[in-house]
Design a protein. Structure first.
Length: 266
């Protein structure tokens, strides 16, 4: 029974069915945000949502039965269990806010689609490098905030009145949001202020933020390379097994031929 259950959960049609159900559930959660549709079909949508959740529970139960302890040693399986477990919490009383977390079921696509798993694994491996770059950006923001506060506090107090206001303004400039208007407001009184703004944008947007992209791309390439190497190792192991099977078949054929020859001589 357990072998049969394992064959089912590892079958391609089973994985495809789970992915389809997750996508259908995502569409239903989006439809539930429409007041008019909920007023007309709210009861039906609620029943379908319960049916989908029931199928997810049965799927997890089947996987736990098939893999036993190995299920809990797999981080992605634990992720699936946590997501479905959150959906099972009561959606009334003090837990009413948890009803919103049902949309997290869509994140199960990360665990059932291998390519998405590799992307997430690559980004997780990039976190140490990103932490160093984040520290660099934080230092750049702090130094620039102190400088801008001292330089432009009188000219534009609404943007650079104190360090905290300057930090928010500089973060806004780093994202490219209305930085031209902020710069023009300051440059009306201090024409040479463009030197600070241009230097800051070059250092923050075109250098520091691109470092995040570089680290992420490098981690993803490394993850893809490891995945290809792993597949290559599996392919080499398979070829070795096939070679040994061919040799074994040849030896069996030789023994059979020798046995027939001995019978004929006898």
């Amino acid at each position: 029974m357990r072998d049969h259950a394992r064959a089912i959960v590892e079958a391609q049609w089973f994985q495809t069915s789970v992915i389809t159900l997750i996508l259908v559930n995502a569409v239903l959660l989006g439809v539930e945000t429409s007041p008019s549709l909920m007023a007309a079909h709210g009861e039906l949508l609620h029943r379908i949502d319960l049916c989908v959740l029931g199928v997810f529970v049965l799927e997890l139960a089947l996987r736990i039965y098939a893999h036993r302890g190995a299920f809990f040693r797999d981080p992605w399986s634990c992720f699936d269990l946590a997501i479905v477990g959150i959906a099972l919490l009561p959606a009334s009383g003090p837990f009413a806010v948890l009803r919103t977390l049902r949309v997290l079921r869509v994140l199960r696509l990360l665990s059932v689609i291998p390519t998405l798993r590799h992307v997430v694994a690559g980004l997780l491996k990039a976190l140490p490098g990103m932490a160093s770059i984040a520290l660099l950006v934080a230092l750049l923001l702090y130094v620039s905030a102190v400088m801008s506060t001292k330089l432009f506090r009188v000219t534009s107090p609404e943007h650079f009145g104190d360090v905290w206001t300057s930090l928010f303004t500089l973060f806004q400039i780093m994202t490219g949001d209305s930085w031209g208007e902020i710069a023009k407001t300051v440059m009306d009184e201090q024409p040479m202020a463009w030197i600070f703004f241009v230097g800051y944008i070059l250092a923050s947007t075109f250098i520091a933020l691109n470092l995040f992209i570089a680290v992420a791309v490098e981690a993803l390439e490394h993850e893809s390379g490891e995945h290809r190497d792993h597949r290559g190792e599996l392919g080499a192991d398979s070829r070795e097994v096939l070679r040994e099977l061919r040799e074994l078949r040849a030896e069996v054929a030789e023994l059979r031929a020798a046995g027939l020859a001995a019978e004929r001589r006898g």
